[in-house]
Design a protein around this ligand. Structure first.
Ligand code: SF4
Length: 554
């Protein structure tokens, strides 16, 4: 049997994904969905763009490993290291001690090399340097022209979440270089990311260097576990069960893991507000039988009894998340999708003219001001009237489009004033208001008329699902026209629409129309769900009162 060699990702990812990869009975994964593939492609393009800048910057000081064949690339990398080349891009290392790896860059340091990864994400908390004398923040950075010349800059802080993840990969390469006798000695690794480093370096791009001492101990433990998991899975044994954590939301193995866990599994039954792996492990061990914990068992958990043990796990808001998980488990068991936070059923906001508002934007510009307008709560009167442009967008085009939308909105408001009718503009999340603020006419027209429906919903109700509109609206029977509806897909589609695709233009219009219609469906659904009688309560932990069946599950 071939020796197992794991790359740089497994140690920072869920151990069950390693099991699945080596389990001969696990299904073969298909290609990632287009939106996720677009992220991968963007990362590859970012890396290529950075590498392209290295040759003019470093001249003879860089070698780009370009052999197509892996073994040839390994040899090319080794030859460059033997020659002491200052920067090696696209490096390929030989497998060693169960590890395989391809660090994006190797930087000459001492008698060896240090690893650097190129990542299309931010590297610092903020690109703006703090001038406060009390700031203890500092980062180690180096310019791209001299990536090994590291110096400390105060007033800036590395993004902790990204650093934690990146450091695990850098630790992997560090161990490989050490095992190969090629490491430069200092336990640090670098990232070239998307944050503008002008405040630190006087130039936008450079390397942010992270200390790796602490990470290496954690990495060694996690990597050793995954090697054992892989060996066991290959032999038909199972060292780790699937447990739903936040990582599952973007994991291609999700359908398989959900099936393996089964419909009664507590972690997979809780759709949002996920607990961490140590928190779930504690519950599986103390409430379940170690391997399994049912949703009924979770629903019966006495939250207070776990106060000390959750505090000992040291994770932020642990007890609050546990209380919410227990509440959601109870809702799952009793078939309740949404319940009021208070004792009575809140009044749903209304107006004589209801406008549901949703903008679409790319990285730089708003290209679609989507509005669906109706008379009061009569959905039969609803008209979708977007202000949209499928032309390539620049600042002037965006401003002109915003003016066009302001014309529309001002006309609606003027007519409402004339006829003595109230107008409310609903939007789901603050994004619409934040993004509109840079257009004074739009901001002025919206002022005093808007309701952030998501904020209102979260203040008044507790949902079994997340408060994403894509999760809440289906609770009231609303569904999007397209299976692939989502923000990342929208970015792909607008590019296709700008290139002339009629089908993509139609998708953009229908997707945005659905986002507006969903808000009306939520308000109407909540009104319909209201139990008869004044201020009636309906909580999963109280005796159920009559309600409209469409809002609960059978
Ligand atoms: S779906 Fe969740 S449990 Fe399964 S491999 Fe992915 S992250 Fe792990």
């Amino acid at each position: 049997m071939a020796e197992i060699a794991l790359g740089s990702y497994p140690a920072k990812r869920c151990a069950r994904s390693t099991h699945n990869r080596f389990d001969p009975t696990a299904p073969t994964l298909g290609p990632p969905d287009p939106a996720r593939q677009a992220l991968v492609d963007a990362g590859i393009a970012f890396e290529a763009a950075v590498v392209e800048t290295l040759a003019p910057t470093l001249g003879d000081g860089v070698v780009v490993v370009d052999a197509a064949d892996w073994s040839a690339a390994v040899e090319q990398t080794a030859a460059a290291m033997d020659a002491g080349v200052p920067v090696i891009a696209g490096a390929r290392l030989p497998n060693v001690n169960g590890r395989s790896g391809a660090p994006d860059l190797l930087i000459r340091h001492g008698d060896g090399y240090l690893p650097v990864d190129i990542k299309n994400h931010k590297t610092l908390d903020s690109p703006t340097r703090s001038t406060s004398p009390r700031s203890r923040a500092s980062v180690q950075v180096a310019p791209l022209s001299a990536p090994g010349q590291i110096h400390t800059v105060t007033g800036l802080r590395a993004d902790s979440g990204k650093r934690r993840e990146d450091a695990m990969q850098l630790a992997h390469y560090t161990r490989m270089l050490q095992d190969l006798g090629r490491h430069g000695g200092e336990l640090i690794g670098g990232v070239i990311g998307a944050t503008d480093l002008t405040a630190a370096l006087g130039t936008a791009q450079g390397v942010v260097w992270h200390p790796l001492e602490d990470t290496l101990a954690r990495y060694d433990e996690e990597f050793a576990l995954r090697l054992r998991v892989a060996e066991a899975a290959r032999e038909g044994r199972e060292l780790v069960r699937p447990v739903r954590i936040s990582e599952c939301d973007s994991c291609d193995w999700f359908p398989h893991c959900a099936q393996v866990a089964g419909p009664d599994d507590a972690s997979f039954a809780v759709l949002t507000g996920h607990l961490s792996l140590p928190e779930w492990r504690h519950l599986y061990d103390t409430v379940g039988d170690g391997a399994r914990l049912t949703v009924e068992e979770l629903a019966g958990v006495d939250v207070e009894a776990h106060r000390e043990s959750f505090a000992a796990l040291g994770q932020r808001s642990g007890l609050t998340r546990l209380a919410n998980a227990v509440r959601r488990a109870a809702m799952t068991v009793t078939g309740v999708d949404v319940e009021p936070n208070g004792s009575g059923w809140p009044d749903v906001p209304t107006a004589d003219i209801e406008i549901d508002f949703d903008i679409e934007h790319d990285m730089d510009h708003i290209y679609q001001w989507g509005v669906r307008i109706r008379d009061g709560q009569d959905d039969a009167t609803a008209r979708y009237e977007p202000t949209v442009s499928f032309d390539p967008m620049d600042d002037a085009g965006e401003a002109a489009l915003a003016d066009e939308f302001a014309d529309w909105l001002e006309a609606v408001l003027a007519d409402a004033r004339r006829t003595g009718r109230s107008v409310t503009v609903f939007h789901w999340s603050p994004v619409e208001i934040h993004k509109s603020a840079k257009f004074p006419r739009v901001a002025a027209a919206l002022a005093g008329h808007t309701v952030d429906l998501m904020a209102w919903f979260k203040a008044e109700f507790f949902a079994r699902t997340s408060s994403s509109i894509k999760a809440v609206a289906p609770l009231f029977g609303f569904d999007w026209d397209h299976e692939d509806s989502g923000g990342l897909t929208a970015l792909l589609r607008i590019e296709q629409a700008r290139a002339g695709s009629v089908e993509a233009k139609d998708w953009c219009l229908r997707y945005n129309c659905d986002d507006t219609a969903a808000q009306a469906a939520i308000r109407d659904g909540l009104r319909a769900l209201r139990p008869p009688g004044p201020a009636a309560a309906r909580r999963s932990d109280r005796p159920p009162t009559p309600h409209t069946p469409s809002a609960t599950r059978s």
